[in-house]
Design a binder for this molecule. Structure first.
Ligand SMILES: NC(=O)c1ccc[n+]([C@@H]2O[C@H](COP(=O)([O-])OP(=O)(O)OC[C@H]3O[C@@H](n4cnc5c(N)ncnc54)[C@H](O)[C@@H]3O)[C@@H](O)[C@H]2O)c1
Length: 262
């Protein structure tokens, strides 16, 4: 397939959405494939990832499934090996896995704290560790982190979300560190700060909360997973060959215009 990612091999973690609809990982995997990348869909659920692989191959793209829990270092290593065995290189790692849990420092359950740190930070760390040597071997690469406005602005509300905000903010430091350490090796690291997009991850949010969330956005519209995926294609492609260490909000202006009257 010709396209902006032609000839590249991409790994998308958490590619299949948790429920009906289009998640950030799903939209990104679809656009990567439409732009010509061969895409390894990594997910705990082989069944949901299989459904997405079918959808991608039906429209002429190339995708395969790797099932496993990427919080485990040996699974992350096996995932990178699988991509190498199938397609001989790893050019793009899209670290999409992430979960949240409610709670302030006083109320968050300690097991939730560890679970959220592991799902957002440890997965990103071990998957990046597994892919970097393969990217070096191939002459370069693009590592993309998936953060949240919670990591940039904090997250308030009666339930709080200190674990999520802390983990996502950690990804910003991780991004800068990888960008600095690998700049001379043509490996770029950038981070998308996801705004208020409507995906299966937030499907349980009631209509009133959804409307409140929309009104907080300076552009006064809700985002979709496709808005995130278009940014990911840019960061994955050679069009961004001179872009590294960037923390990029895709959020209708929320982070940039935080003093916007509301
Ligand atoms: N939807 C939003 O409003 C929003 C806002 C800000 C940030 N984000 C971020 O977007 C990313 C997720 O987007 P999505 O829409 O694809 O979410 P999703 O939850 O629908 O899909 C993620 C998939 O990852 C899988 N998964 C979770 N932990 C895993 C692990 N350890 N190993 C393998 N697979 C695992 C889940 O089973 C799920 O299928 C997260 O990093 C999230 O924090 C989302």
């Amino acid at each position: 397939m010709a396209g902006r990612l032609a000839g590249k091999v991409a790994i998308v973690t958490g590619a299949a959405p948790r429920g009906e609809g289009v998640g950030n990982g799903m939209a990104t995997a679809i656009l990567f494939a439409r732009e010509g990348a061969k895409v390894l869909l990594v997910n705990r659920s082989a069944e949901r990832a299989g459904k997405l692989a079918h959808q991608i191959t039906e429209e002429g793209g190339t995708a395969a499934v790797y099932a496993g829990d990427v919080a485990k270092e040996e699974v992350a290593e096996a995932m990178a090996k699988d991509a190498m065995a199938r397609w001989g290189r790893v050019d793009i790692l899209h670290n999409n896995v992430g979960i949240g849990a409610p709670g302030t420092p006083e109320t968050v359950k300690i097991e939730d704290w560890h679970r959220v740190i592991e799902a957002n930070l440890t997965t990103t760390m071990v998957c990046t560790r597994a892919c970097l040597p393969r990217m070096k071997q191939g002459g370069g690469g693009s590592v993309i982190m998936v953060s949240s406005i919670a990591g940039a602005l904090g997250l308030m509300g009666s339930a709080g979300a200190v674990a999520y905000a802390t983990a996502k903010a950690g990804l910003h430091g991780f991004t800068l560190s990888v960008a600095a350490d690998y700049a001379t090796q043509n490996i770029r690291a950038n981070c998308i700060v996801v705004g208020s997009v409507h995906t299966p991850m937030v499907a349980s949010m009631g209509d009133a909360a959804r409307e409140r969330r929309r009104q907080m956005v300076p552009m006064q519209t809700e985002g979709t997973a496709w808005d995130i995926a278009h940014g990911a294609v840019y960061l994955a492609s050679d069009e961004s060959r001179w872009v590294t260490g960037v923390i990029l909000p895709i959020d209708g202006g929320l982070v940039a215009l935080r003093a916007w009257p509301r």
